[in-house]
Ligand binder design. Sequence first.
Ligand code: UDP
Length: 246
Amino acid sequence: MEKQSQKKPVSILGIPFENTNQEQFESLLKQRIDHHKNTFVVTANPEIVMYARQNRPYEVLIKKADYIIADGIGIIIGAKLLKDPLQERIAGYDLFVSLLEWGSQNHKSAYFVGAKTEVINKLREIVTQKYTGLKIAGTHNGYFGDDRNIVGDIARTQPDMVFVATGFPKQEAFIDKNRQISDSLWMGIGGSFDVLTGTVKRAPKSWQKMHLEWLYRVVKEPSRISRLSVLPRYLMAVLKERLSGR
Ligand code: UDP
């Protein structure tokens, strides 16, 4: 089985992105899960790229992942500007939902870490009702200091998939520190538990098609607006990289 997908990764500000599409990538992950291959997936957007630029330990850490995928239209635009286009955006949330569906059909197991207690409790209910074939190895909210209990649980249950939704950089740090305890798929998926439980609404399909999902989130949660300030800095850095010919 191959580790990498077919095409060579596309580097954006030093971060290597898989040049793949959702269908191909999903089938690669499913194969790896079937073979109990330990797999770390980072779903990265421009915020993560810029954070990694300023935080060397985080950069080193995410580069240890098996795959970094383009979760954000900003990454697709960045690759275009660098004249090394990526096939498509792969949203972490879409991957998450597809893997739950597949996991249900194929009787896989999953562990869920992240979000507030009421959200993770609701997630448990929804997954139990909607993905009846999927075994819930365990759940834990994302507001923990000491991770010993969670890690002990995962080591004992050896789930096929571990979904960590505590936002970056916490989720990647957790995965990097603990992934050796179980040969699972380990994936950081930001606010996905909030979306699956309906706590936060995802942009309607029409907004998604126009690549305006980021704008929808800010309209719904205006407190996120300061997080957008990273975008012009990101684009400037990409343009600089283009001009310097890397
Ligand atoms: N969260 C968490 N633990 C923390 C901080 C945040 O579990 O210590 C959760 C939070 O409740 C939310 C998610 O992490 O469900 C962060 O979502 P966001 O969309 O902000 O993710 P990001 O864009 O940072 O990846």
